[in-house]
Each structure stands twice: as structure tokens, then as C-alpha cells.
Design a protein around this ligand. Sequence first.
Ligand SMILES: Cc1cc2nc3c(=O)[nH]c(=O)nc-3n(C[C@H](O)[C@H](O)[C@H](O)COP(=O)(O)OP(=O)(O)OC[C@H]3O[C@@H](n4cnc5c(N)ncnc54)[C@H](O)[C@@H]3O)c2cc1C
Length: 377
Amino acid sequence: MNPSHYDAIVLGLGGMGSAAAFELARRGRRVLGLEQFALGHDRGSSHGQTRIIRQAYFEHPDYVPLLRRAYERWYELEQLQGQHLFTECGGLNIGLPDGELIAGVRRSAAEHHLPVEELSADDIRQRYPQFRFDDRYVGVLERNAGFLYVEACVQAHCAAARAAGADLRPEEPALAWECDGQGVTVTTKQRTYRAARLVVTAGSWAGTILRDLGLPLTVRRKVLLWYATADDTRFRRNVLPIYMAETSAGFYYGFPVLDGHGHKVARHDGGDIVTDPLTVNRTIAPADEADCRQFLTEHLPGVNGPRQDGRVCLYTLTPDSHFIIDLHPHHPQVALAAGFSGHGFKFASVVGEILADLADHGRTALPIGMFRLKRFA
Ligand SMILES: Cc1cc2nc3c(=O)[nH]c(=O)nc-3n(C[C@H](O)[C@H](O)[C@H](O)COP(=O)(O)OP(=O)(O)OC[C@H]3O[C@@H](n4cnc5c(N)ncnc54)[C@H](O)[C@@H]3O)c2cc1C
């Protein structure tokens, strides 16, 4: 075999690419994975300790079948690697009854018969006295929601891919790719590679590497913050679920205290537009903290200590906030996944499977109709 010739090249080994490399390698494909930084790095979208995972999906009920599959695949990865990646601590959605969050959670739960529990404002106060929400608010509790250890998941997919024979090359950016009748050529600074198929999972760099498609992507700078609490025993995972709260001052979410860093909180909406993901400002300024601090003061007053940590991360948004997963319209040997719009990580385990299907067969039995590129035509 020509050592530079592969069945498939995966371009970008973050959340989605590491999963795709694993899935292709376990199917016996000769896989090359190229990553511009270290594996499990903190300059893209898949870092910052944890990611929420949930099934009563307010964004759209059509995500639920994929989430069921994603859960299966995370459990499988845990077992394969003998590693704890996923904690089911429950998830509490808080908002106004007719808001996007509560209405969407109820819709998905009803359509897919998901077990959720309705809570009044009084119930929230009784059961979770950490929160302060007035009588206008309601809650919907989903027991099997929780969080994934995000960097560990990326590393686990990479390790599993390598164990299955994948050739993963960190610190080797792809500079260009080209298709011909035989397959695809990818050029890096080091050398030129040939493969039958290309899978592009370049995250916030997708717009650049797929410039020919003019993808409607917007990259936004997002900040994750960790604060000390007045008493960590009131904020650990045995007493505090992950939560999402849609308030008149924004959409916030947070995690139980897991270590010495305290309570992790972030704002889902907003964020400055980023023109170049490589040069984004990674320093946390006082202005980055103001809205989360205000949220905590009003709604989680026990989280009132100094900031313990902070990270800058990137959302890559589509106009409708739904993902892009498809074949390249002009090159059927290229599969692509992009625009995960700040809610994609929980799907990485199933997106890897979908991308391997697309690369292998040009189609998948998993439901991805709503992620097709043609919706932007
Ligand atoms: C602050 C924040 C909070 C989030 N919270 C959640 C959550 O709670 N739940 C959830 O499900 N999702 C969440 N998300 C979204 C989720 O993390 C992302 O959707 C997901 O990580 C995107 O994965 P990706 O593989 O597309 O991008 P990335 O993980 O960034 O991977 C893309 C990779 O491609 C590499 N690359 C790019 N160009 C090249 C090149 N030319 N050559 C080689 N390599 C290249 C990059 O270096 C990178 O490693 C959150 C995101 C952020 C930023």
C-alpha cells in the first residue's frame, strides 16, 4: 500500500472529527486524521470541562431519535475505553410557560414519550432552594439529562480511533484539498495525501476550508465562567441538576460543582462576532462577566464568591441554529458536518456514525433530513 493513500481523510479532530475517525477505523477503513493543533486542544469549540446532554430537546423534536442513538454511543464509548465520560444528574429547564424553552421541551417530551416532570415555581423553591424564581416561572425536570466531560470524550474517541488503526496527526493543518475522478488530495505543510473520501469537520474553520460553498456560518465568542459558592455541598450533583434558564435578561445554563473550580455558568444567547478564530481574544475582561454575575445574584444567590476560572470558546452558528450534515453538492466523495450552533457536542457520538455512513455509502439510515444544505438554497 502506498503509505500516503487512505480510504478516508478526516479534516479536523475536534468533537465531530474524532468521532468520525473512530467510527471509520472501527469499520476497518484506513483512516488519516489531520488536526491543526494538539488533540483535545482548547482553541476550538470542544473544551471547557463539560457539555450538557439531554433528550427533551427544546430546539426541535426531530433531534430526539438522534439523541437516543447518541446516548447509546456514549455508553458504548465509556465501556470500550473503560472510562467515565457521562454523568446523568438530571436537567432542570426553567422559564415562562409559553417561552421557547419550556414550550419546546414539552413538545419534544410529548411527541417522543419522554419521562419529564412538571414543576411549579413553588415546587422549584421547595425542591431546589438554591434557585430564586418568582411565580411566573415553571420548571420541567428531565431525569436522564446530565453532562459529558468534553475534553475526555474527544481524547477517548481519538484513543479508540488509534486503537482501531487510524493514523491521527496532530499539529498538521490541512492547507488545501482537491477532488478528482479518483478521489481526493489533501495538502499539508508536511506532505500530500490521497484518499477515496474526505470528511470535513473543521468547526469554526469550516467556512474557510469549504470556501467554495459559501456556507452561511457566523462564529461567535463565548465565555465560560466558574465561581466559588457560599457552600459547595448545596451545589454538587447529588442536589443540583444541570439547568437551563430562559429569563427576560437572557438564556443561561449551569452545572453542578465538580471540583475546586466551583459552579460553572454561561450565557447561551449573544456573544461577539469573530472574524478570525485564530486571533480571538482569549482574555476574560470584567465586561465578559457582568451578565452572568447579574443572573447569579438574582437567581442563584449562593454562588457569590470570586471567579475561579474562565474560558473562551467558539459557537459556529447557522441562520436557523440547526446543524449542517451532508455530502458536498459538487463532490459526492466529500462529507461535511458544520454549524453546530452551540448545541452539537452531545451528538458527536452519533455524528461520527452518520459521517462514516455518508463517506462509506453516500447515505445514512439515521434521520438527517433537517440538516441538509439545500435548505439555504
Ligand atoms: C461555550 C460553549 C458551550 C457549549 N455547550 C454545549 C453543551 O452544553 N452541549 C452541547 O451539546 N454542545 C455545546 N456546545 C457546542 C459544542 O461544543 C460544539 O457544537 C461542538 O464542540 C462542535 O464540534 P466541532 O467538531 O464542529 O468543532 P471543534 O471541536 O472545534 O473541531 C473542529 C476541529 O477542526 C480543526 N481544524 C480546523 N481547520 C483545520 C485544518 N485546516 N486542518 C486541520 N485541522 C483543522 C480545529 O482545530 C478543531 O480541532 C458548546 C460550545 C461552546 C463554545
